[in-house]
Design a protein around this ligand. Structure first.
Ligand SMILES: Nc1ncnc2c1ncn2[C@@H]1O[C@H](COP(=O)(O)OP(=O)(O)OP(=O)(O)O)[C@@H](O)[C@H]1O
Length: 469
């Protein structure tokens, strides 16, 4: 009776164990094992009882057999087995001794570890990928800082950056062309920072802001008491201040013809005479100029001197507007959201629709407009998430179906109406009314306007807008 109980208990333990428990005799004949676990070895359940582990080893079912090893070594053994079905099994075996110290049984516990091994392999792969991504991020960071805060993804800017890098090692004059806000001043500063003159002054002159009467004194300087109102000590001109460094003449297209002639002389002779001075000073600077005007057309119309044009136009670089390099927009949007949040210690986020609209917009004012708009919406949005409703109307319109776009009538009101609150209210009412006409539910309205449904409900109530008919 007691034997029967022991046998039943043992069978139950083997049958319910998560491990495959197998017991063999001293000759390696399998006495007991759980049939449920044998499928991983690729053999039918119940076909193994009475079989020799040595035979199964020969057939490649057990490779190697833990029992064979335990019987041979007469001590506990732990191994990894590869089964015929491609699984990985962790097996641990123990010898059982009789009173005379002879091995009479071997017991093993084995567990399918394939998933764990697969996970380990995946983990190793992921670790490798992580290392390669980290390297990539570091490279990109390095690239960005190398290019002095100039962010881009487009091949057109890549080309310009490469050219700037090459010409920065020479003293050739560079003419930066392109519409307002594309980054001409930024590229000029980068060029200086890459050059061997980087530790010397970078003197930026906006030619459009210097009155013609002051041009000479500002650019060439003057000697003490040379004219009424002049400082007693005299003054060094901007050109002299750029000595050994870079002189950046922005908006060169605005320079009056008479001043163009004076500048040309300096560029040709590399000498400056201060007003009221008797002696010319030798000057050594690198010249960069920029304009958003069509300077060749100005030359044709004789509004710009041809000889000066030749002097400044050694390396012309045309910077395309943002709408011609749309790949740059996402990275610029992300960059300004991040830096402006940091600047004001905020953590505003863009709603996905807002992001889409910002990346689809044509940005006629280029990077400067993009930067200004993001700064404005981050500062004025009254929610943590910036919804399309927070964007200026002209930008927001592009994200809406044509029928929901704000018409000129409302924009006209905006110009006429100086009261900010009234303008916003008028705009919101117009947008809501139009959406109401085309949408069946407030959820549809929310989707078409790019705002939340509770906001739609709140605003409809606020403006007492009700559905007609
Ligand atoms: N590729 C860029 N990456 C990051 N910021 C940029 C980039 N291009 C321009 N900016 C930023 O855009 C703003 C306008 O650039 P910048 O003043 O250089 O333009 P510009 O072409 O010289 O304009 P303007 O013709 O009006 O003088 C600056 O704040 C500048 O830092």
């Amino acid at each position: 009776m007691e034997n029967y109980l022991l046998e039943t208990e043992l069978d139950k333990i083997i049958e319910t164990s998560n491990n495959n428990i197998t017991i063999t005799d001293q000759d390696g004949i399998i006495l007991r094992s759980n049939p449920n676990h044998w499928s991983i070895y690729g053999i039918e359940p119940n076909q193994y009882i009475g079989k020799s582990v040595y035979q199964l080893q020969e057939e490649g079912v057990l490779s190697p057999s833990i029992h064979a090893m335990v019987l041979e070594n007469k001590e506990p053994v732990q191994i990894l087995q590869k089964t015929k079905t491609g699984r990985t099994v962790m097996a641990t075996g123990f010898p059982v001794f009789n009173q005379r110290g002879e091995v009479i049984r071997a017991i093993s516990y084995s567990q399918d570890q394939t998933e764990i091994f697969n996970l380990q392999e995946q983990y190793k792969d992921l670790e490798k990928k992580l290392v390669s991504y980290q390297t990539e991020v570091e490279e990109l960071r390095g690239k960005e800082s190398d290019y002095h805060g100039i962010l881009y993804r487009s091949s057109s800017i890549e080309q310009i950056v490469r050219t700037i890098y090459r010409v920065s090692k020479t003293d050739a004059s560079v003419l930066l062309l392109g519409p307002s806000g594309v980054g001409k001043s930024t590229f000029a500063r980068m060029l200086h920072a890459q050059s061997s003159r980087k530790d010397e002054p970078f003197i930026e002159v906006d030619c459009s802001t210097i009155p013609e009467t002051l041009f000479e004194s500002e650019m060439f300087g003057y000697e003490a008491g040379s004219f009424t109102g002049a400082s007693k000590q005299g003054k060094q001109g901007l050109i002299e201040q750029a000595e050994q460094g870079t002189l950046f003449l922005d908006e060169i297209g605005e320079l009056p013809l008479a001043m163009q002639a004076k500048l040309l002389r300096v560029l040709q002779e590399k000498k400056v005479m201060r007003i009221g001075g008797k002696k010319e000073h030798q000057v050594d600077f690198r010249l960069i100029t920029a304009t958003n005007k069509n300077i060749e057309e100005m030359v044709e119309k004789e509004a710009f001197r041809l000889d000066l044009f030749y002097r400044i136009n050694i390396i012309p670089l045309q910077i395309p507007p943002l709408k011609e390099r749309r790949e740059d927009i996402p990275i610029l949007v992300q960059h300004y959201v991040h830096t402006i949040n940091e600047k004001y210690k905020m953590s505003k986020k863009l709603h996905a629709l807002t992001y889409d609209i910002l990346t689809q917009y044509s940005w006629p004012g280029n990077v400067r407009e993009l930067e200004n708009v993001i700064e404005r919406v981050i500062l004025t949005a009254d929610e943590e998430t910036i919804h399309p409703e927070h964007l200026p109307i002209n930008i927001r319109n592009i994200g809406l179906p044509a029928e929901n776009q704000l018409v000129a009538e409302t924009e006209h009101d905006i110009v006429e109406d100086a009261d900010w609150k009234t303008v916003i209210e008028k705009t919101e009412k117009a947008l809501l009314s139009r959406a109401l006409e085309h949408c069946k539910t407030t959820y549809e309205m929310a989707k078409s306007l790019g705002i939340s449904q509770p906001t739609v409900v709140r605003k409809l109530k606020q403006y007492s807008i009700i559905r007609k008919g």
